[in-house]
Design a protein around this ligand. Structure first.
Ligand SMILES: NC(=O)c1ccc[n+]([C@@H]2O[C@H](COP(=O)([O-])OP(=O)(O)OC[C@H]3O[C@@H](n4cnc5c(N)ncnc54)[C@H](OP(=O)(O)O)[C@@H]3O)[C@@H](O)[C@H]2O)c1
Length: 284
């Protein structure tokens, strides 16, 4: 849950890159292409935000990290969320893990779901997926990036779906919220100026999750969040510097992700501009 990670040298490099992309008018082209991929969510019955849905059990990932840690805190505090199952490769701080709402499942392998894990997630209503390393482009080989960002979330989505199909009342909608990022591309053939393989791999999980939702539309919905920089709650000189680039505060983003898990959203994708607009309403 270390917000300081955002301010790594890689983050500063990315900021300079973003400013340069703005200057050369590359970023607007990338984001408008991304926006074209977003479509209304046909199966969503509620398109308002910031209202409380019914009582829920939520699966979370990435909770030892910056964004997932914030989402976990908000789920613990939310009165409509009664139970939180955290899938993690390592233990959470005792202060969080000991909360009566929280059950931590230590995962040796995010690709396979044993009986204990399946029992833990049984009856869940939503999953908020914040697992993943920002700035993996160039730092890891494509096979690892794909395993973490595509294979892990899809294995979870499929395990949930199989469980739903076997359940007595599978028509109750499950919502899968997935955090990707700005400039991700769903077009797997489109040449990109920068980070082509990385942005395509991140787009691949969006494609697969949305296709999965379409195939299982009676009981499964997918929502994608594509924020640019995520800022910590406390303002520092570093966060003020990062605000020069497109950015959103982690608490506002977390709130939108939790509310989408509870109530759905009018479209299957939250572009960065949608996130910023809604965040303004929260903070107003
Ligand atoms: N931070 C930003 O400004 C930003 C902006 C846009 C999009 N995003 C996206 O948001 C997501 C979360 O970012 P973040 O800044 O919150 O990251 P973070 O603080 O580094 O947290 C990453 C989380 O993912 C887990 N994780 C990473 N690799 C894993 C692996 N191989 N196996 C199991 N767990 C793994 C980490 O677990 P451990 O603690 O065990 O390592 C941690 O819980 C990423 O997909 C990132 O690309 C971030």
């Amino acid at each position: 849950m270390d917000g300081g990670k955002v301010f790594s040298r890689r983050a500063i490099f990315n900021l300079v890159l973003l400013v340069a992309l703005h200057a050369f008018r590359i970023l607007p082209q990338l984001t408008s292409a991304s926006r074209a991929a977003s479509r209304p969510h046909g199966n969503t019955t509620c398109n308002t935000i910031l209202t409380s849905g019914s009582i829920m059990k939520v699966i979370l990932t990435g909770c030892t990290g910056f964004t997932g840690g914030e989402v976990l805190e908000q789920c613990i505090q939310h009165p409509s969320i009664t139970s939180v199952v955290v899938l993690s490769r390592r233990q959470l701080p005792a202060s969080v893990a000991s909360n009566p709402k929280v059950q931590v499942v230590i995962m040796d392998d995010f690709l396979s779901y044993n009986d204990d894990t399946l029992r833990a997630i049984e009856g869940a209503d939503a999953c908020i997926w914040s697992l993943g390393k920002p700035g993996m482009a160039g730092a890891m080989d494509n096979a690892t990036v794909k395993k973490v960002h595509v294979d892990y979330p899809m294995a979870t989505a499929r395990a949930i779906t199989e469980q739903r199909k076997a359940a007595a009342a599978p028509n109750h909608k499950f919502r899968f919220i997935c955090l990707t990022g700005l400039c991700v591309t769903r077009d797997q053939n489109k040449p990109l100026w920068i980070m082509q393989d990385y942005l395509r791999i991140r787009g691949q999980v969006e494609n697969e999750l949305l296709a999965h939702a379409k195939e299982n539309s009676s009981f499964f919905e997918s929502y994608i969040f594509r924020p640019a920089f995520i800022l910590p709650k406390q303002s520092t000189w570093k966060s003020m510097f990062l605000q020069l680039a497109p950015s959103v505060r982690v608490d506002a983003l977390g709130k939108l992700m939790v509310e989408t898990a509870l109530n759905g959203y009018k479209a299957d994708t939250w572009e960065h501009s949608d996130i910023v607009e809604a965040a303004k309403k929260i903070q107003a």
